[in-house]
Design a protein around this ligand. Sequence first.
Ligand code: SF4
Length: 325
Amino acid sequence: MRQVGITTTVPIEIMMAGGATPVDLNNIFMLSSERDWLLSRAENFGFPNNQCSWVKGVFQVARETGIKEVVGVTRGDCSSTEKLLEIFQMLGIKSIPFAYPADRSLPDLIKELKKFARRFRTDLGKAEQARGKLSGIRKKLAELDRLTWQTNQVSGFENHLWLVSASDFNRDPARFEKELEAFLKMAKVRPAFPQAVRIAYLGVPPIFDDLYQVIEQMGARVVYNEVQREFAMLKPARNLAEQYLKYSYPNDIFYRVSEIKKEIKKRQVHAVIHYAQTFCHRQMESLVLRRALELPLLTLEGDRPGPIEARARTRLEAFMEMLAK
Ligand code: SF4
């Protein structure tokens, strides 16, 4: 089976229609027991200390897994991607480009999807069939999301983990669906989580292992994982182009804010945590979010994988105390 690495959400329906298995390198990095070693190896290779850990982790995972091809999103994801792709090229790892249009233009997006389909020797008709197979799983994930904010039977961490895993459906959509069904069956009959304070988590997934659990210990609970929900593509869409047009992450912050506001209202959120990775250009998004959202907002920063760092924990405690007053 042709395995193709991905470093963010891309039209996996097209890849699958072309006979490839998408492999999310971020998820392999985050679930690895050797994360520190992977980062040290990337740094020994020459990556600077002041480079985002996700970039270094993804790079090293690609090397360790021996993956031969990687999809690189050249617009709408990470400012480091273009350089990362050049380093891959130097190592003989082929890069397959995909770009989200800057202005959410439907015709431009369709052009990009067609170009991407040609790279996988398939077409959008076949990709629609692949989309149909995944749409049942996406509906079940939407149900999981509803159980997170409406009945409070799914924790913020469970929500995060399931939604973030939908980037490649853990490389086996059929098995993923079975496991998801079993999880939903269990979650639907358990009592609701008791935490009274409802939090929206915005920004890229956290590098900390225990952030959600620490928030719960402090009497609050994440009921909205913004980017993870976008990765999982839970919004109803009539076709592939519409599905990717509705995907807010590659778009400007103002479009994202309009989505965030809708969800915050629906989920009765009390406060917002905006997570930003150290050395990431997306840290600046906090400036806009703080002004655009009429809720208390805490910006948290994380660098290396592991438990929440002491400074971030202290800031989180102070924020929770302020909310409790
Ligand atoms: S956290 Fe920021 S710098 Fe790091 S990979 Fe993601 S977008 Fe790029």
